[in-house]
Design a protein around this ligand. Structure first.
Ligand code: BG6
Ligand code: BG6
Ligand code: GLC
Ligand code: GLC
Length: 916
């Protein structure tokens, strides 16, 4: 009995001594809670640094956006391939996610070896090997004929700008294949798979193993929002608020961030914690100076740390009687599985003794106790460090959610965590101590990262299918060169019909003579009134022209024309106009003045002289009764008479295109075309009199108001009109009319966009499938909003804000789609307009028998002026379709009113000359 006690006493004493010895020797590796809280605070700062746009480039913890935005919601389904590369084992899998709405996942998989010559050889060969394994798997599983989406779990740091792409920042752990760093690994894989002509896979998602783990666990526990790997390497990911992620546009919702915490300390932040063993281990690694935190924690390194410690202790005579074996001298001889086995306390010292003996050592009882304790200290430090970093993440989550207590789940995986007997318990305990205000559930991922990767792929494949639907709609607006040439040719034909007496009445492009026959010559002078009706604004102007100097002075006032007047009776409309003139005269102190007046009236009028214009039909937003078929000059005169306050000499009625051409022609005599891309769309140009069959005489030129907005009213461009164009037409004031205008001008582009958005919403592709009242409202997308949305300088958030101002509650994803829709519609408009203009300039060139034509186009209109891309695309199209014409575009700065006054001045001069 006494002997037993003595033995027990002896053993306890021996144990105590050994433990004390090791504790003393490894003093530096034992971290107090105070130190852990300090490390936790440092890691919090590192996360912040990695998330900031300006600080990210120099941050060692990269905080990589993963483009995984949501955890699984159970609606995922389909059949997927999955590759799992970068952990201790390489696997190829087939994952079948719930067919009938119940959460159910079936997996079949196959492991493949990863020999060192492959993972540390040539990058191309590495991916060819991966592709070969995949092909082999598909072959054995009879999947060759299927086109399956693939999710790639790739457990290395990758910079992603989208889910299906990732540039390898650096290899870590055991991998070091040449020529892969800084390239997109998905492309590498895709290229390698091309060699297998008989298989067809689409890599839709690139996922880090932490992300895969989080998703795997989240499929079973929706609280899971963190994924941690403690395996060959170590790392964590978590769901971060988008508003905190500077590197990705958008601010609503969350996105998973792959922290790459393994690199914590690479900038020296942990030097006070690192020991001589850590430094030695690092120097002998594949990536010296890198992944310093990982090297204190993960499975690839723990055994080696223990070996270095034992060697040093042996050298110091503290172990094995100072004896060292050659195995103890050999790098990699102690592995993590050995550490785990030695720490199986239940088995006493048996495992330790066996392992040490296998290393060619002859351990005493005391040695075994000491070595076991070395293992404990090393693995305990690992768990402590992980706990500190994880505690930092949990605190961040709690603060993001502004909660006093956080309830959350952490998905866990990795061989060290799984095979080490005490690791999980220790980790959990320390975490709970460091963050007492978090209720954490640790959930072991039973089925690896690939299952989660399949969930991500499932969502990606749904998004891809939706994308295809959106692209299908946008494709309707993409015109080929051939189609544009077709438009140009048809326009050209219509121009000729319009000019010829026999075909004129059938032509959709009316080619109206304007009786404007020449450009101002600079001798014009005097004071004129001008009206400018039919664009966005109604203006009354006073224009003073000074002779010889080619300069004018203008005073103008904008007046509103209420909708009920635009669409009321003709008498009301003209009375309102006269009322505005009276106000203006009053305002200018010109009451009772009798001035010559030029009337810019931006609608199609049949003219018999410069001061007569019969309205053929209203266009755009006007529909006043009793005007069509009437002379608008007469109507204005009568309204002036009705008012009986002043008299005005109405000398000219001018289309806005003509006014624009004149405004520009006053400065550039080469300006022989006027183009409007505004509320409406139209063009005028100087035509040879001999070509104008409707007007007597063959000498000289006359300006023709083409009224090209009516192009296509006979159905000749129906092949390129979409269902959306038809809907816009049907909802307009003039159904069936102005079809070309309805595809090219400001008043309608927004409406086309709205129709598309309604359709996409109906298809469930936008606005969560909800068509709001606002979206049903006609005219919400005015040209100025369209222009703002498409501005390149605008961040997505600003686009979203504009949409919100318009009453459309959109997500950032929605905003991207809306911007694309706007882009497609306005691009088509600019191209169509360019094709029309190309037809005109080519006609002018041919008519004059020129090899090359140099001509200036005076342009005006809100679409041309405000839209960020319209003018450029228009000009590019003209260049392409009319390569032998040098077309200069001159923006009209002063509006049509100035031109109208100049025309009035010329007409007045001619009138005078005729009288004399
Ligand atoms: C597995 C994942 O479950 O865990 C791997 O599927 C991952 O992709 C691994 O890398 C991490 O553990 P280890 O120990 O294999 O590196
Ligand atoms: C202006 C003219 O400058 O341009 C108007 O003075 C013309 O008469 C207008 O109608 C065209 O642009 P919008 O975009 O106002 O229709
Ligand atoms: C390494 C990799 C990281 C991975 C981790 C666990 O740290 O850089 O991407 O998640 O190992 O496998
Ligand atoms: C409409 C009118 C036309 C005008 C154009 C631009 O197309 O019919 O006369 O020039 O809009 O305002």
């Amino acid at each position: 009995m006494f002997a037993v006690h003595l033995m027990a006493f002896y053993f306890t004493k021996l144990k105590e001594d050994q433990i004390k010895k090791v504790d003393r020797f490894l003093y530096h590796m034992r971290l107090s809670d105070e130190t852990l809280l300090d490390i936790m605070a440092r890691f919090q700062a590192e996360m912040q640094k990695g998330l900031g746009k300006d600080t990210n480039p120099t941050a060692s913890v990269k905080m990589l956006p993963t483009f995984v935005r949501a955890i699984p919601d159970g609606s995922e389904n389909g059949e997927f391939l999955s590759l799992d590369l970068g952990g201790s084992k390489f696997r190829v899998l087939k994952v079948q996610v719930s067919e009938e709405g119940k959460r159910n996942v079936q997996m079949e998989s196959q492991f493949y070896p990863t020999p060192n010559e492959i993972i540390r050889g040539n990058g191309i060969e590495l991916f060819e090997y991966v592709a070969d394994c995949l092909a082999d798997f598909m072959n054995t599983k009879g999947l060759k004929h299927k086109r399956l989406p693939l999710g790639l779990t790739f457990s290395f740091p990758c910079r992603q700008t989208k889910l299906e792409e990732g540039v390898l920042l650096s290899w870590t752990k055991k991998f070091k294949a040449r020529g892969v760093q800084d390239t997109d690994v998905v492309s590498c894989l895709t290229r390698a798979m091309k060699r297998h002509k008989d298989i067809n896979v689409d890599t839709l998602a690139l996922v880090n193993d932490t992300v895969g783990t989080m998703m795997t666990c989240a499929y079973d526990d929706p609280y899971c929002e963190v994924g941690v790997i403690i395996g060959t390497g170590t790392n964590a990911c978590y769901m971060e608020d988008m508003s905190n992620i500077d590197l990705v546009e958008g601010d609503e919702g969350r996105m998973c961030i792959n922290t790459e915490w393994g690199a914590f300390g690479d900038d020296g932040a942990l030097e006070d914690i690192r020991t001589e063993f850590d430094r030695e281990l690092d120097l002998g690694s594949l990536n010296p100076g890198k992944q310093l935190f990982e090297k204190m924690i993960s499975g690839l390194y723990l055994g080696e740390l223990v070996r270095l410690i034992l060697l040093k202790m042996a050298k110091a005579g503290l172990l094995f009687g100072g004896e060292k074996s050659s195995a103890l001298h050999t790098k990699g001889k102690i592995e993590t599985r050995h550490v785990a086995a030695m720490e199986k306390y239940k088995e006493g010292l048996a495992n330790t003794r066996e392992i040490l003996t296998d290393l060619g050592l002859e351990p005493s009882e005391a040695d075994c106790i000491a070595v076991q304790h070395v293992c404990t200290i090393v693995s305990f430090r690992s768990a402590n460090l992980c706990a500190a970093a994880l505690a930092a993440i949990l605190t961040r989550l709690r603060e993001n959610k502004k909660l006093v207590r956080l309830r959350t789940t952490v998905g866990m995986d990795g061989t060290l965590y799984k095979i080490h007997p005490q690791y999980p318990k220790r980790l959990h305990k320390v975490v709970r101590r460091l963050v007492p205000n978090c209720d954490v559930r640790f959930l072991l991922s039973e089925s690896g990262s690939a299952k989660g990767a399949a969930m991500v792929t499932a969502v990606a494949s749904r998004v891809q299918a939706q994308r295809k639907q959106i692209d299908k709609v946008l494709a309707l607006f993409r015109l080929t060169q051939e189609q544009l040439v077709g438009v140009q040719d048809k326009m050209r034909a219509e121009l000729e019909y319009g000019l010829k007496r026999d075909t004129h009445s059938l032509a959709t492009v009316k080619m109206l003579p304007t009786y404007v026959c020449g450009m101002p010559d600079g001798t014009e002078k005097g004071k004129f009134l001008a009206l400018d009706l039919g664009g966005t604004n109604f203006r009354v102007l006073l224009v003073k022209i000074r002779s010889g100097r080619r300069s004018v002075r203008m005073y103008n006032k904008i007046f509103a024309i209420p909708l009920e007047i635009m669409q009321g009776t003709g008498e009301e409309l003209f009375d309102h106009i006269v009322q505005c003139i009276a106000d203006f005269l009053d305002y200018m102190g010109l009451k009772g003045a009798q001035l010559p007046l030029g009337f810019t009236f931006s609608f199609p009028c049949r003219q018999a002289s410069i001061d007569k214009g019969t309205l053929i039909g209203w266009t755009k937003g006007f529909k006043a009764t009793d005007c069509e078929g009437e002379d608008v000059v007469d109507m204005l005169r009568e309204a002036i008479k009705r008012r009986n306050e002043f008299d005005l000499d109405i000398v000219a009625v001018v289309n806005d295109t003509v006014g624009t051409m004149m405004t520009c022609g006053y400065e550039d005599p080469n300006c022989e075309i006027g183009l409007i891309a505004g509320t409406g769309s139209n063009l005028c140009y100087m035509e040879e009199m001999r070509n104008i069959e409707l007007v007597e005489g063959d000498e000289g030129k006359m300006c023709i108001n083409t009224e090209w907005g009516g192009f296509g009213d006979n159905g000749c461009i129906d092949d390129i009109r979409t269902q959306y164009d038809k809907e816009v037409d049907e909802g307009s004031l003039n159904p069936g009319k102005q079809r070309y205008e309805k595809m090219t001008s400001g008043m309608y582009l927004g409406e086309i966009v709205r129709q598309i958005l309604i359709d996409l919403t109906k298809q469930g592709l936008l606005f969560r499938g909800q068509i709001s009242e606002r979206l049903r409202t006609r005219g919400i997308f005015e040209t100025k909003f369209l222009s703002q949305i498409e501005s390149d300088r605008l961040a997505l958030l600003q686009v979203r804000r504009i949409l919100q101002q318009l009453g459309l509650d959109s997500t950032c994803e929605d905003s991207i789609v809306v911007k694309e829709v706007c882009g497609a519609v306005s691009r088509r408009a600019a191209q169509l307009c360019g094709a029309g203009l190309a037809a005109i300039v080519e006609k002018r060139r041919e008519d004059q028998g020129l090899e090359r034509l140099r001509i200036t186009v005076g342009v005006d209109g809100t679409l041309y002026k405000l839209h960020p891309h319209f003018s450029r695309i228009l000009q590019e199209t003209v260049k392409e379709l009319a390569p032998r014409c040098d077309v200069t575009f001159m923006l009209s700065e002063d509006g049509s009113g100035k031109g109208a006054a100049l025309i009035t001045a010329v007409a007045k001069r001619l009138q005078q000359a005729w009288k004399n």
